[in-house]
Design a protein. Structure first.
Length: 228
């Protein structure tokens, strides 16, 4: 057998392995997307591997850590959320943009338990999703300030107050998921009415400081470690 023939034979053997590897990866991602949406970030990786028809070692070859799998699953959603925020910030009516952004954000929370947990907590900022989430947060602040400049959102609302939306919706979404899965919309629009400039009354407590928000997030922080 010539050297060229050997080379072609090796290539022929390598290509199926690459296709098999891609099929395994695709199967893992597809199963994990459903499992994480239904069970949250604590979904069993062993269960994902079993449902995908691969060994747990195969899963870890593709995704060495739980965080790596989370990154694969949610980078697309954070990109979508960033696009949504940019669209909302460009709306002529700043109130419409403010409401649209928060409603789209909450829709993602409502349809995915893992994203719900991530929205109420945080991801490490050195990850792609963490960086996208930070950009989304910055766009959310811009949307808020623009609405305040147009006089449609009360002037005493701070970016830290917006965190209450995600935190409160998380509990409502979980509590009503099986009995009234759209109940969160009622709560959201009650909160939106409270943000209106025309509804402003003196508040009994000062806003949380950025440090207090960080401390709260640390207490809520989602678990993406492999031993969760």
């Amino acid at each position: 057998m010539t050297e060229r023939t050997v080379s072609h034979a090796q290539e022929a053997q390598a290509k199926p392995r690459r296709r098999d590897a891609q099929r395994n990866r695709d199967a893992i991602v597809a199963v994990a997307r459903v499992a994480f949406a239904e069970q949250g970030l604590e979904a069993s990786l062993e269960g994902v591997a079993r449902e995908a028809g691969v060994a747990i070692g195969t899963l870890y070859r593709h995704f060495p850590t739980r965080l790596a799998l989370v990154e694969e699953l949610f980078a697309e959603k954070f990109t979508y959320l960033l696009d949504t925020a940019e669209e909302a910030a460009a709306m002529d009516d700043a109130w419409e943009g403010f409401c649209s952004y928060l409603e789209r954000f909450c829709e993602l929370q409502a349809c995915d338990r893992a994203f719900n947990a991530m929205a109420a907590a945080r991801l490490p900022v050195n990850t792609r999703s963490g960086q996208l989430n930070e950009r989304v947060r910055e766009m959310g602040i811009r949307i808020l300030h623009r609405a305040q400049q147009q006089g449609v959102v009360r002037a005493d609302v701070t970016p830290e107050d917006i965190a209450f939306v995600a935190w409160s919706l998380e509990g409502i979404i979980q509590a009503t998921r099986t009995v009234a899965p759209s109940a969160w919309r009622r709560h959201l629009y009650l909160m939106l009415d409270a943000f209106r400039a025309g509804c402003a009354h003196e508040l009994p407590e000062p806003p949380l400081s950025p440090q207090q928000v960080r401390q709260t997030i640390e207490a809520l922080e989602c678990c993406v470690a492999d031993d969760c």
